[in-house]
Design a protein around this ligand. Structure first.
Ligand SMILES: Cc1cc2nc3c(=O)[nH]c(=O)nc-3n(C[C@H](O)[C@H](O)[C@H](O)COP(=O)(O)OP(=O)(O)OC[C@H]3O[C@@H](n4cnc5c(N)ncnc54)[C@H](O)[C@@H]3O)c2cc1C
Length: 467
């Protein structure tokens, strides 16, 4: 074991049993190059916000990138150059202080720049601005064979294989991203309560041309005619004229969130249904039937859960998963099926979010495709949940959809190439970057088509669907 190396059990954000690896924490590029030159299997890790096993490498070396966190903003170019371990929270603070904003923000700011690129993360503005990778100008990738500079115009196949490549092409040491100029640090938000899933989908589609950001929070316990009732938010960056005279005194202020925190893990195996029901119903009823032009802080609009650090521990010792699917707009019945099937199985979701995606980007393993995306937090201890999710996976795959690898810890390998039909293209690019196959993750060992498990073609899917 080299100096500074520590043996640790790492977990995903969902808290399911993790795996032990040797953890190295390089502090600069030279240190990182030395870490990557060691024997495999190797994997980069950022802030550990992937829910399942994407940032784990059992028995191998995990390269914790969080100390590679330099940050430099070029105001005239409107870009930020930062280390792969720099958190989006820090990037956001620094950009806002100069009247700029990140092009894409996921549902938590506690994500590293490397992790955001490796998962090609999306935000509430995907229908307008695409995923994170579309805003990356260049990146520095450290592989077992050396350091490469990649960009959309410089070795594009290797660049796009790294965007969304889940850390399996190398370690992103640094990247330059384009920022968006904003007048204020606040959001102007319209909110509406809608009574069922059709109305919810209709509002989200109608809002695509009107709002840069939109999202629907579903009450997952509403059934029958009320299935899919939701609170729909549509937002844009507030302009100076939207602010009150007092707010205008500090238009770019970003208040630090109150650190409430969940100090200990819940001893309870499963959050109870009445508790979840009450929380869902209260959320729905508390929202206004319709309100226009409310001014909200960036944190309240984008990252409400970040105000409660450690909330993931409330799920108890068995942990939870986030099931996130994407299907084409023509397959909206799969969204309904998912909600109904999980209700019937007694898998009560504490959080359910529906969004529409615009067209996907160039990256072969990027998750977003034009259509619907539904994300549900589900406690892992629900009896029969694995089988229910397996069947949902089949319905998603048959509809031309996929599940999100950054949230996954359980997909069966045979569905991987069906959900990600450009996998072959990605594998060819990965072979050019990592000829020795040094980079690996627990997710990859589970799904790797080269291990002979993931070789089901789309044509063989029908027997699975009928079973
Ligand atoms: C509360 C919450 C809300 C979320 N909301 C969203 C959302 O709205 N949209 C969305 O798209 N995602 C969302 N996510 C998922 C999250 O954005 C991704 O999992 C992201 O990859 C996490 O980044 P990280 O730094 O924590 O990476 P980790 O979890 O540490 O790693 C994730 C993957 O990135 C790779 N990786 C990390 N750093 C590097 C690097 N420097 N070089 C190469 N590969 C690297 C790892 O190998 C791994 O495969 C959410 C997660 C949470 C917990």
């Amino acid at each position: 074991m080299s100096a500074g190396a520590r043996r640790r059990v790492l977990k995903g954000f969902g808290g399911a049993p993790g795996s032990a690896s040797t953890v190295l924490r390089p502090v600069d590029l030279d240190d990182l190059r030395r870490a990557v030159a060691g024997p495999g299997p190797l994997l980069a890790r950022g802030l550990g916000r992937a829910y399942g096993d994407a940032a784990l490498c059992a028995g191998g070396t995990v390269v914790d990138c969080t100390a590679i966190d330099h940050l430099e903003i070029d105001e005239s170019a409107g870009t930020a150059r930062a280390g792969g371990g720099t958190s989006l929270a820090r990037l956001l603070e620094a950009a806002l202080a100069r009247g700029m904003f990140l092009p894409v923000l996921p549902g938590t700011a506690h994500v590293s720049l490397g992790g955001a690129i490796a998962a090609d993360v999306h935000g509430k503005n995907h229908h307008r601005d695409g995923a994170f990778g579309s805003h990356v100008e260049r990146l520095t990738l450290v592989t077992s064979e050396g350091t490469r500079e990649l960009g959309p115009g410089n070795e594009p196949e290797l660049f796009w294989a790294t965007v969304g490549g889940m850390g399996l092409t190398g370690v992103i040491a640094e990247a330059t991203i384009r920022l968006r100029r904003v007048e204020t640090s606040r959001m102007r938000v319209d909110t509406e309560r809608v009574g069922d899933l059709d109305a919810c989908m209709e509002r989200l589609r109608a809002g695509e041309g009107r709002y840069r950001y939109s999202v629907a929070w579903l009450d997952t316990l509403a059934r029958g005619a009320r299935l899919g009732r939701a609170v729909v938010d549509g937002g844009d960056h507030a302009s100076l004229s939207d602010l009150s005279p007092k707010q205008r005194l500090e238009p770019l202020a970003l208040r630090r969130p109150a650190r409430l925190g969940v100090p200990v893990s819940s001893p309870v195996r499963l959050p109870s249904r009445p508790l979840i029901e009450a929380a869902n119903a209260a959320w729905y009823r508390r929202a206004p039937a319709r309100r226009e032009g409310a001014i909200r802080s960036i944190r309240a609009f984008f990252h409400p859960l970040d105000a409660l650090p450690g909330w993931n521990r409330l799920f108890g010792p068995l942990g939870f998963t986030q099931y996130q699917l994407a299907v084409p707009f023509s397959a909206s019945d799969v969204v309904r099926l998912a909600l109904e099937t999980l209700q019937r199985a007694g898998a009560w979701s504490t959080l359910a979010v529906l969004k529409s995606f615009g067209p996907g980007d160039e990256a072969p393993l990027s998750f977003p495709i034009a259509g619907w995306t539904l994300a549900l937090d589900l406690p892992l201890g629900v009896p029969g949940l694995p089988e229910v999710l397996d069947r949902l996976d089949e319905a998603v795959a048959a509809a031309g959809g996929r599940v999100y690898l950054a949230k996954d810890g359980r997909l069966r390998p045979e569905l991987f190439p069906v959900m990600y039909p450009r996998l072959g293209e990605w594998l060819a690019a990965r072979r050019r970057l990592d000829r020795g196959g040094v980079f690996a993750s627990d997710l990859w060992r589970r799904l790797d088509p080269g291990l002979g498990k993931g070789n089901l073609s789309p044509l063989n899917l029908s027997p699975l669907m009928e079973a």
